[in-house]
Design a protein around this ligand. Structure first.
Ligand code: UGA
Length: 437
């Protein structure tokens, strides 16, 4: 099929490449000329495992092209809208400027039968509003809301073999047409019997935000248990293991630690709360404010433990911060707990030296005041305390004996609860996890 993808960020660049990998003829469009130039050369503007390979093969085959000109979307049968919906300045609501601009600019190039497929995460009610605009323009196109559930770090796999497909479609023939077209786009997933939910716009929009709200709640639940563990001497990791054996609960997303970040979970729960309040249903998701608050308290807890490890005197002490991205296998530092901890410790006067396998460039452009090193060894050398905040494999597998030979004081704050505390203590370390004795 001929497909356009409008917006080539973390979501759109992966979607465009994956659709081309599946055999479609794809044009990726973005207003950022630098980004488009890099993508056209087969170079992803961000780190995502597996993306360079499919981007290179798809651009070389001619099935994937990039452009800054929205007019190049003309002739595509499906137009995916994958632009960002960041948090609005000075508010918790989602900023829909980019979605509105994408639809506006696309409008003159739509032809009868074209399908506009919304992928961006939007407040419930947006799709109905956009559908009305498209219908009123009389170009004969229709809208479907088709949320995306990819995880950064696994984005290629999640796009090519999704765990479910959700189509929010209009009623009647337009809806049936939308289902037929999307089933062709996702022919391989449909053939693999991927679960498919066909629903209305509002449900499709809510599926996306409620899934992220649930995941955020699960993480904050276990982090709340970590707080209780801290005042009772219990061990939250063992607690998570024990409750996780109940298949109704499940062990995944019960990793207590410095909490969640990224470009999705934090802003999505805030936008959801803001939208529910607009609709007069704020009480129904008021608990998400608590989820947010628990999450942010965990960052403070890591900072407090670090300051305590430094005897209450962080000024001029060397703090090795292991990790800057919001999670491993990503260079994304948007709302990253790791970067936040590094910046706040620096603000307290500590001599922070931060390292990360992929995210230094992004972290430096936001916070040039921090000292960065690509070398784990340099970060550890002569450190007064080590703070582990992003569980990259190389940090998770850090040898405590080797690390102890480098630091000045063998003191570690395990902000991801991923170290074997007994092994670290045996190697001479003072070990502090979150919610652990
Ligand atoms: C999240 C959702 O998991 C995806 O399903 C969704 O499609 C995506 O947002 C989106 O809306 O686009 P992602 O932001 O890539 O994906 O990251 P997650 O894997 O959900 O991790 C989020 C944060 O939670 C990370 O900072 C991670 O370190 C933290 N986390 C995760 C924990 O603190 N504990 C856990 O047990 C799991």
């Amino acid at each position: 099929m001929k497909i356009s993808v409008i917006g080539c960020g973390y979501l759109g660049a992966v979607h465009a490449s994956a659709m081309a990998e599946l055999g479609h003829d794809v044009i990726g469009i973005d207003v950022d000329a630098d980004k488009i130039a890099r993508l056209a050369e087969g170079k992803p503007p961000f780190f995502e495992p597996g993306l360079p390979e499919i981007l290179t093969s798809a651009t070389a085959s001619g099935r994937l092209r990039f452009s800054t000109d929205i007019a190049d979307a003309a002739g595509s049968q499906v137009h995916f809208v994958a632009v960002g919906t960041p948090q609005k300045q000075g508010s918790h609501a989602a900023d829909l400027t980019y979605v509105d601009a994408a639809i506006d600019s696309l409008m003159p190039y739509l032809s009868p039968g074209d399908l506009v497929a919304g992928k961006s995460t939007v407040p419930v009610g947006t799709a109905a509003r956009l559908a009305k605009l498209i219908t009123e323009s009389g170009n004969g196109a229709s809208l479907v809301w088709n949320p995306e559930f990819l995880r950064e770090g696994f984005a290629v796999q999640d796009t090519i073999t999704p765990d479910r497909l959700v189509y929010g479609v209009p009623a009647g023939e337009a809806g049936e047409h939308a289902v037929r077209v999307l089933n062709e786009v996702y022919a391989s997933a449909i053939a693999a019997e991927t679960p498919l939910v066909i629903t209305d716009y509002a449900t499709a929009e809510l599926v996306k935000v409620s899934a992220n709200a649930f995941l955020a709640t699960k993480i904050s639940f276990i982090n709340a248990m970590a707080e209780i563990a801290e005042v009772t001497g219990a061990d939250v990791s063992q607690l998570a293991e024990a409750i996780g054996y109940d298949p109704r609960i499940g062990r995944r997303f019960l990793g207590a630690g410095v909490g969640f970040g990224g470009g999705c979970l934090p802003k999505d729960i805030r936008a959801f709360t803001a939208r529910a309040e607009e609709l007069g249903a704020g009480e129904s998701v008021a608990f998400l404010k608590e989820v947010d608050a628990i999450n942010l308290r965990r960052r403070k807890r890591v900072i407090d433990l670090t300051v305590a490890a430094l005897g209450g005197q962080p000024f001029g002490k060397k703090v090795a911060v292991l990790g800057l991205s919001f999670k491993p296998h990503s260079d994304d530092v948007r709302d990253s707990p790791a970067l936040d901890v590094a910046v706040q410790l620096r603000g307290l006067g500590a001599d922070v030296v931060a390292t990360d396998p992929q995210a230094i460039e992004n972290a430096r452009s936001r916070h040039p005041q921090l000292t960065y090193t690509e070398s784990l060894e340099d970060a550890l050398r002569d450190a007064d305390v080590v703070v582990h905040v992003t569980e990259w494999p190389e940090y998770r597998q850090l040898d405590p004996v080797w690390a102890a030979s480098l630091v000045r004081v063998p003191s570690v704050i395990d902000g991801r609860n991923s170290y074997d505390s007994a092994a670290w203590r045996a190697a001479g370390w003072t070990y502090k996890g979150l919610g652990k004795p």
